[in-house]
Design a protein around this ligand. Sequence first.
Ligand code: SAH
Length: 448
Amino acid sequence: MRHFPAFLDLSGRTALVLGAGEALQAKAELLRQAGALLLPAERFHPALLEGVALAVAAGAPEEELSALHAACVARGIPVNVVDRPELCSFITPAIIRRDDVTVAVSTGGAAPVLARLLRQRIEAVLPPLLGRVAALGAKFQSRVRARIPALPARRAFLERALSGTPAKLAEAGRQMEAEAAFAAMLDDAEATPRGFVQLVGAGPGAADLLTLRALRALGEADVVVHDRLVPEGVLELARRDARRIYVGKRRAEHCVPQEGINTLLVELAREGLRVVRLKGGDPFIFGRGGEEAQALHEAGIPHEVIPGVTAALGCAAQAGIPLTHRDCARMLTLVTGHTRDGVLELDFGALARPGQTLAVYMGLSTLDALHQGLIWEGYDETTPAILIERGGSEHQRELRGTLAEIVEAAPGWAGDGPVLLLLGEAVGMGAPPLPAAAAAAAASLPLP
Ligand code: SAH
């Protein structure tokens, strides 16, 4: 980030406005609206800077502009010369205004046109009377503070009030009713609301595979409890000041034991916090989400599950493999290669049955045992197979072959990331997708 975003309080302060022209007039008008006292000047003289809080300039002779810039920099006075980045110590954003609500957009000077395009888009989605909602918040600020002293609870209340009925009424211009609704909501507000937990699926590795519901939960969470498989891009979508707690989990290297995680979730919720428990893929597929949900249920903590794209789906989609196929796969089996006490306890007879696709999670270290077990039940070693590492992410790697071939090659191929095995005739049916327009479009999808 090249610039520090900030809003200046210029009320009653002097702003030097040097030069002439429309662009300068526009800046002067904004300064005036912000309460600044304007000091217009046609020629620059260092004495002008006495007591000046900020300077803007345009349409003055070149030597005046550079003299102004140098003098301001020397005195630590913020200066902006319109359309001359090299003569600016601050830049002005494109802005969207609704009374006291101001949205500022900057591209760091890289593409002002893009900033203006973004402004148009934001203009279109912000209600015209949004400022009234802010005014509502301002009006009740001290009463809310007095009634709900704890910050997380207060924030939760304000989020409900400023997105619920009172806000809708204010946006519709029905100020009196909005205030009545706000006051009623505040009267009802439990001083110590109970927290809750959302078990959220983070998807397989790309932030834009998240569901909109998960995105909303992340934006509202006070705490995010996450583990290793959660992509960094997803974590970045959490509310900026949300606390993050890493609880690890890697085969044989559990940072926090499962019971510890269960207890942690219960305790955080009892503090009145909104907790997002973020898990790779889907929380209810080999993620021990079931155990966490049960612990929450037993502790009487309100909770819900927000599904995610599980690894098998993310991997298959990106590798272009149909998991079912009319001709050869009428069944999809999700199976874990994880062992208890080192023994792979699977029903190999069932897994070896033809007409299905096997998606094997956590199967890399027990691949030999799986292979042996399947062959014992008469499975065909030449069945198409694929190992996919970091599937669904931009770092996806694939090893394609027959079952026999990939068992042979896997040890030398495997890297650091999570690996999924897909096995079955359907694996040979797909075609790797061409890098598609859809992928490019997804990358530029505006996340709310
Ligand atoms: N709940 C997760 C699975 C957790 S078990 C889900 O629904 O996807 C962890 C195993 O999932 C890993 O050992 C690996 O086999 C698989 N896995 C998870 N993410 C993966 C990814 N991006 N690519 C390949 N395999 C993945």
